[in-house]
Design a protein around this ligand. Structure first.
Ligand code: 2U9
Length: 341
């Protein structure tokens, strides 16, 4: 037994511990409730009576020395880890933190807002759950227009009233017109909803920025110059635009706007489908019926409006080919758009 104790002490006292895990493993192995030292105490009952006293003392010494040995290592490791992480060492590089990144849609939205705010546009926001008036009637949608159909719009019940999830942010601008008089120069960014099956090219919600400018003598030429300025700011000085006639219930005349393809310099590529042009927005002169519906005298004032999908612009800017990526929140997708910090 004496020999066993001596051998064990040799083993213990030659241990070297590198870190906190080693320290804890040491404690469990030698000093734990099922540890080696405890086990030896258990063997004391097999020691002949005449040797019990001496062996008992040796065991006590072994336990005390082991505890002391453990405490010394504990102190040593604690002080070395403090010195490693010392806050006194101002030359140590800081610990790098995992930071989030900005969502590509919010980056594009901010850029659009900045471009229009430089020419005097304010930002207006409004509710996502809208009544029929603000989403459809005030915008000159005829009663039988297909957008009013369940298949195109999500309807929800709010109390007694049937409400719609807004299908565009024009509804926000109706509220601006109802609550103020021209000159009005505002853009409304926000989420909109359409009852569509989700695929790479369509989603049941997406994001828009719509713009509205109302004053005396606002003309189609003003609209064209404003959108040319916007295209150059967003896609670069070389960008040019073209307008194609179109139809919307709320504008007359209406147009769709293409920007020259900045990916291939209009030479033709698979993004512009070899046309040299990318469709980026819709626009038009606000229909006099829309002005009158919100209490603006259409004999005194005229205005233009435009609307664009933020996903669409972001897809062109960042070459994203699947709309679903924007709402899946996969960090591998998201962190590509912010440079490494
Ligand atoms: C008021 C009156 C008129 C906003 C406009 C468009 C044309 C347009 C689409 C672009 C792609 C929607 O996101 S999209 O699917 N929008 O083409 N939007 S004119 O017209 C308004 C807005 C407010 C009071």
């Amino acid at each position: 037994m004496k020999e066993k104790i001596e051998l064990l002490w040799n083993e213990i006292s030659s241990a070297t511990l590198q870190n906190q895990q080693d320290l804890e493993a040491f404690r469990i192995k030698y000093l734990g409730s099922k540890g080696v030292v405890k086990e030896l105490f258990g063997e004391l009952k097999n020691v002949p009576n005449e040797a019990k006293r001496e062996v008992g003392q040796l065991l006590n010494t072994l336990r005390n020395d082991t505890e002391q040995f453990y405490e010394q290592w504990k102190e040593k490791l604690a002080s070395s880890s403090v010195s490693k992480q010392s806050t006194q060492d101002f030359y140590r590089p800081g610990n790098s933190e995992q930071v989030g990144s900005r969502h590509p849609l919010s980056m594009v939205r901010s850029e659009i807002i900045e471009i229009f705010s430089r020419i005097g546009y304010t930002v207006s926001e409004g509710p996502e759950i809208e009544d029929d008036w603000h989403n459809f009637s005030a915008l000159n949608f005829p009663p039988e227009h297909p957008a009013r159909d369940m298949q195109d719009t999500f309807f929800v019940e709010k109390g007694e009233k049937e409400m719609a999830l807004r299908t565009h942010t024009s509804s926000v601008q109706v509220r601006v017109m109802e609550n103020s008089q021209p000159p009005i120069r505002t853009i409304s960014p926000g989420r909109v909803y359409r009852n569509e099956a989700i695929s790479a090219r369509a989603h049941c919600f997406f994001h828009q920025v719509e713009g509205l400018y109302i004053d005396k003598h606002v003309s189609f030429a003003d609209l064209k110059q404003t959108l040319l300025y916007f295209a150059k700011e967003l896609f670069g000085e070389k960008a040019v635009i073209r307008m194609r006639p179109s139809y919307f219930p709320f504008t007359e005349p209406s147009a769709e706007v293409d920007v020259s393809c900045t990916i291939c310099n209009s030479k033709g590529c698979n993004v512009c489908k070899y046309t040299g042009w990318l469709e980026i927005l819709g626009c038009g002169m606000v229909d006099p019926n829309v002005l009158e519906a919100s209490g603006i005298d259409s004999k005194v004032y005229s205005g233009f409006a435009f609307g664009m999908g933020i996903e669409r612009i972001s897809q062109l800017k960042y070459k994203v080919n699947d709309l679903r990526l924007y709402s899946e929140n996969d960090v591998r997708f998201l962190k590509q758009f912010t440079p490494e910090m």
